[in-house]
Design a protein around this ligand. Structure first.
Ligand SMILES: [Zn+2]
Length: 407
């Protein structure tokens, strides 16, 4: 079937001179969803409002690069950065350049009101936050819930939480039991899910962890924790034992396990982050009932879509890929929709730190969804009414169902 590039409706305020006029299916979908508050099922806290935004910060917000040379010379040359500047310029009513956006932003009198304005415009009705990442300047959960107008829930960051139990547990068995108890307490305290970054610390090729190596690794980790050093859990034996234990616990507690898959910053080895490596979680009886949400997935979104299509407890999103991969995020959504039931695809921004990111990621994600589903309408695969309903599932219904959130 011939595929033409999906056309995206530019936001009403942004001037997007390169966009052609929207086709009616795509525009119709965006209109149908315009009043639907989205559940952003995976995002991170904003920074404290006193934080100044420099040129490099704005660039870093739209790339997974950390290398100063890449940030300095190349990150501003990406499609998503240029599109983000135009969109932000529309919002800030300024010139669509880096300087223009930074100047207009610095002139905002009330940074908190500004942040809430952008977040409201993002169409977000609920944020499910991972407070475990974003650096020392990030608002705490308590600060965030007061400062930001949008309702919020939390997921527990598995590795960060597990590290806190190392100093007080003599061996791996004790440690895993302590982690179970911490998870249970977190869920009883209101956490709606568990998030793992095993992809960064060990990769996702789950085999049977080597228990004696795990004990040896643990002894070293515990000695450092006892000396008051900050510790970093890494390596397959411990990280995979932890992941398997937490997966079982999450299944028993009835909360989804979010698993970072696919691309991220270069701290991870992308070759080890294919979600196909997680097969044990989907076929072993000890994980019956477990809900697994594969986050990001790109460029393994087709593998993720396959898993979601055959295993009952598997869900996926294309957060981070949208916005970072720009127009390729739309294509990725189209590809994911090849196998993934629309009841298993979730919406998230993975936004962090700056309000600009939430707005841009949210707008581009809605547009990508409209672009991908609109394309399926235009090519006869879906009825318009089916596409409208699919978008409602993705933006809100699916997350409300799997995280058991009230309407
Ligand atoms: Zn994230």
């Amino acid at each position: 079937m011939q595929r033409s590039p999906a056309r995206i409706r530019p936001s009403s305020s942004a001037s997007t001179p390169t966009s052609s006029s929207p086709d009616s299916a795509v525009a119709g979908l965006l209109d149908e969803w315009a009043d639907l508050p989205a559940v952003d099922h995976h995002c991170h806290p904003l920074l404290r409002m006193s934080t100044r935004v420099e040129r490099a910060d704005l660039r870093r917000a739209f790339t997974e690069a950390v290398d100063p040379e890449v940030i300095g010379e190349h990150s501003q040359q990406t499609v998503v950065y240029r599109a983000a500047l135009r969109r932000l310029a529309g919002e800030l009513n300024c010139e669509a350049t880096e300087e223009g956006v930074l100047r207009a932003r610095a002139a905002e009198a009330d940074p908190l009101a500004y942040a809430n304005r952008l977040l409201r415009k993002s169409g977000t009705g609920l944020m499910i936050l991972d407070h475990g990442f974003s650096g020392g300047e990030a608002m705490s959960a308590a600060e965030h819930s007061v400062a930001i107008d949008i309702p919020q829930r939390e997921v527990v960051r598995l590795e960060t939480m597990a590290q806190t139990a190392v100093a007080s547990c003599a061996n791996v068995v004790e440690w895993l039991m302590a982690v179970r108890e911490l998870l249970m307490n977190a869920v009883n305290g209101g956490a709606v899910g568990v998030k793992t970054i095993a992809a960064y610390r060990a990769g996702l090729q789950l085999r049977e962890p080597d228990r004696s190596r795990a004990e040896a690794d643990y002894t070293g980790l515990r000695a450092r924790a006892a000396d008051g050093e900050s510790i970093r859990l890494e390596g397959e034996p411990l990280c995979h034992l932890l992941l398997l234990e937490a997966a079982q616990a999450a299944g028993e507690l009835g909360v989804p396990l979010q698993i970072h898959c696919g691309f991220g910053d270069p701290d991870e080895d992308l070759a080890l982050t294919n979600p196909l490596g997680l097969r044990r979680l989907f076929v072993e009886p000890r994980f019956d009932g477990l809900k697994v949400v594969l986050l990001h997935c790109y460029p393994f979104h087709r593998e993720a879509a396959y898993l979601a299509s055959v295993f009952p407890g598997v869900y996926m999103d294309l957060s981070l890929a949208i916005p970072m991969a720009a127009h390729d995020g739309v294509r990725a959504l189209e590809e994911a929709l090849g196998l993934c039931p629309t009841s298993k695809l979730l919406y998230a921004t993975d936004a962090t730190r700056f309000p600009e990111v939430y707005l841009v990621a949210a707008a581009l994600h809605r547009e990508a969804l409209a672009g991908a589903l609109g394309q399926l309408v235009n090519t006869g695969w879906l009825m318009q009414s089916e596409a409208v309903e699919a978008g409602r599932q993705v933006l809100s219904g699916n997350a409300r169902r799997i995280y058991e959130l009230p309407e």
